[in-house]
Design a protein around this ligand. Structure first.
Ligand SMILES: [Zn+2]
Length: 392
């Protein structure tokens, strides 16, 4: 079965290419923000919902106005794609997985997506529309032989590094099936706790970086607005942030690949942002991002390799429920790491108990759906029977 897979590489654009990219990033950002404004206004003023088609037509009209002719000076494809990205952001919002879309800022990560009518790939070189030379790509791993990229995305992160992400369709060989399954609780104290008792992700691994980041942020905040030193401090913050993101992503890739290899079915909690406890602490913000990245990695790797990921809705009281007897506590404060069940007197480690519950309910959901489910993600909906049974 053909699967879509993105390959990401570092690129080193020439000064000329940097200028072209800066313009295209700026135009994409403008179009995205303009469309977000249109959508929001249309809804508040006329209770009307604008879709991609409406906005695409409005954009064509906008480009005809004399003060917006500069929008026609760049390739039109990434601008259309910016509208698609906004559509996706709204979809995530309506599904409850993300907050309401916000305006993109100049200092955020920048991106532009080109579909295959706006770039040329000859098997060695990648050439973008309106550019005179191919991109200088660091091929850290090869693209599959004969790959035909369907779209490519250029990004510039906050630390001013450029990347290209190449989307290709390929045959990914499925892993031999196994009868092992596991539940994973995404914790605050450790990154992940498994239902078999394994605790993964020593927080010390991340904490040192976080301290450095907090220090750099404090320094940045103290500098005078608009000053050169403030800009320098901002770059420093961005650099540390980028390193943390890279390290975490690497960690999460290794772990998700391992779990997918070892297990046929993996059960996790669905992390609807909406339902998450609001906490603006830095470390919490970073964990949120890496968790959702981890879950999405499990999601697509399950699809690739013929495994199953079962997502349990947040309504399920995984922490408060005793795995051994099914008793549910009225409340359990976040800082309580261990507790004893008043009903059956079993002593629980908070996270392992939660992982065991997630595992058990996940398997129940999975069995209820039958073996006929396609590889990929299975979602537990409210009302799913929660039998009091132990996972084997
Ligand atoms: Zn109990």
């Amino acid at each position: 079965m053909k699967q879509k897979r993105a390959y990401k590489y570092r690129i080193y654009p020439t000064d000329e290419q940097k200028q072209v990219l800066a313009r295209i990033f700026g135009c994409c950002r403008f179009v995205y923000n303009w469309a977000l404004r249109q959508k929001t206004d249309a809804f508040y003023k006329e209770q009307q919902r604008l879709y991609y088609k409406d906005l695409s037509e409005a954009l064509t009209q906008l480009k005809k106005q004399p003060e917006y002719t500069w929008l026609s000076e760049v390739s039109s494809v990434p601008l259309q794609q910016a509208l698609r990205h906004l559509d996706k952001a709204f979809l995530h919002f309506f599904e409850g997985h993300a907050e309401y879309p916000t305006f993109k800022k100049r200092h955020d990560q920048q991106s532009a997506t080109y579909t295959d009518n706006a770039f040329r790939w000859d098997g060695t070189d990648l050439m973008l529309a309106k550019m005179h030379a191919p991109l200088d790509i660091v091929w850290s791993c090869p693209l599959p032989k004969g790959a035909k990229p369907s779209s490519i995305t250029i990004t510039k992160d906050c630390a001013s590094r450029y990347f290209v992400s190449i989307l290709v369709e390929e045959d990914i060989p499925q892993l031999p099936s196994t009868d092992r399954s596991i539940g994973a609780d995404l914790g605050l104290k450790s990154f992940v706790v498994l239902s078999d008792g394994e605790v993964i992700g020593n927080p010390k691994f991340f904490r040192e970086d976080e301290k450095k980041l907090a220090k750099a942020q404090r320094r940045h905040a103290k500098k005078k607005k608009g000053s050169k030193n403030r800009e320098k401090a901002r770059k420093k913050v961005a650099k540390i942030h980028a390193r943390i993101t890279d390290r975490r992503r690497d960690f999460s890739h290794k772990l998700s690949t391992r779990l997918i290899r070892e297990n046929q079915t993996i059960c996790v909690e669905d992390l609807a942002v909406k339902n998450m406890v609001k906490n603006h602490k830095l470390s919490k913000a970073i964990s949120d991002v890496s968790w959702s990245e981890f879950v999405s990695q499990l999601e697509y790797k399950a699809r690739w390799y013929g495994r199953h990921l079962v997502k349990i809705d947040k309504w399920y009281p995984s922490s408060k429920r005793c795995f051994d007897c099914g008793h549910i506590l009225d409340s359990l404060a976040l800082d309580v790491r261990e507790w004893t069940c008043p009903e059956c007197v079993v002593h629980h480690d908070r996270d392992i108990n939660a992982a065991q519950n997630i595992h058990a309910v996940g398997l129940t959901v999975f069995e209820a759906c039958g073996e006929a489910v396609r590889p990929g993600t299975v979602k537990a909906k409210p009302g799913t029977p929660q039998r009091n049974r132990k996972a084997s």
